[in-house]
Design a protein around this ligand. Structure first.
Ligand code: HEM
Length: 255
């Protein structure tokens, strides 16, 4: 950063650079045979999408959609999956039960594991701040307009009056239990709740199922500390896990 850099100067330059790279890619795809609409990746789907009047998305719209997927959707989901793997290898009983459930084609324990991973390791420890627009009292404290409040997701997820033994990774706590609107907040809540929550959970389900059907997970390393990576929390070493192919074992597992 130079001494004369304006506030947000580096951010603005990086954003301009990223948008221009995406614009180049969109133009190259649109100039290609099939106009870039015949692939099976996300960009092809966006290029093939049509508004209600039949018109395609403009370049700016496609860039905005891609930015949302890349910035809000990629690192959050990847870090949540990393935490899930890191917790699984250090909880062998949970891992064994999960593998057995996946092999049996049952989703309940898989969903419970994902819910627990998102509780135990919320990659965004706080929700987006909300401005107070009219005076409000919360927990005996009065807040005036102009104050920004934020929900402390991590603290709520580790409140032992809500979650007994809150630091334990225990998917069993979710069997037959629906996550509470005000107590399970990995995706925030209210009107600004994460737009990609269902997509992210589906993605986690698909990845974990495929991973554990095809490989065994292990780790000789101690549990990793949490580190900050851009705006998300992530395992400090990126979740170092050893994967071994389950080929021989899988022959006995129905497809
Ligand atoms: C495990 C993965 C994810 C986690 C933990 C996560 C978490 C969050 C959280 C905590 C918020 C703030 C909500 C609030 O303040 O109430 C948020 C907002 C948002 N997320 Fe996600 N997210 C994930 C995946 C995704 C994906 C896959 C997408 C897009 C495809 C996405 C798009 C967004 C958008 C657009 C917002 C802003 C919503 C708004 O301000 O109205 N997120 N996310």
């Amino acid at each position: 950063m130079s001494a004369r850099d304006p506030p947000w100067g580096r951010f603005s330059r990086t954003r301009t650079q990223a948008r221009s790279m995406l614009a180049d890619e969109i133009r190259a795809r649109r100039a290609s045979a099939g106009h870039g609409e015949d692939g099976d990746d996300v960009l092809s789907m966006l290029l093939a999408a049509r508004h209600e009047d039949g018109s395609p998305m403009g370049e700016e719209e496609v860039i905005d959609e891609l930015m949302t997927l890349l910035v809000a959707g990629h690192e959050t989901t990847a870090s949540s999956l990393s935490f899930a793997c890191a917790d699984l290898v250090h909880n062998p009983a949970v891992l064994a039960r999960l593998v057995a459930a996946i092999d049996a084609g049952e989703d309940e324990y898989l969903d419970a594991t994902i819910t627990e991973a998102l509780r135990r390791r919320p990659v965004l420890p706080i929700a987006q701040p909300r401005m107070v627009v009219k005076p409000i009292e919360i927990g005996g404290h009065r807040y005036e307009p102009g104050i920004a409040l934020t929900a402390a997701i991590y603290l709520i997820h580790h409140d032992e009056t809500i979650y007994p033994d809150p630091y334990a990774f225990r998917p069993e706590r979710w069997l037959g239990v629906r996550p509470g609107t005000f107590t399970w907040l990995p995706f925030g809540g209210g009107r600004r709740r994460c737009l990609g929550a269902s997509f992210a959970q589906l993605e986690m389900q698909i990845v974990l199922r495929a991973l554990l059907r095809q490989t065994t997970l292990s780790s000789g390393a101690p549990p990793e500390r949490t580190a900050r990576r851009h705006i998300t929390h992530t395992p400090e070493q990126g979740a170092r896990v050893t994967l071994r192919a389950r080929t021989r074992e899988r022959e006995a597992v129905p497809a």
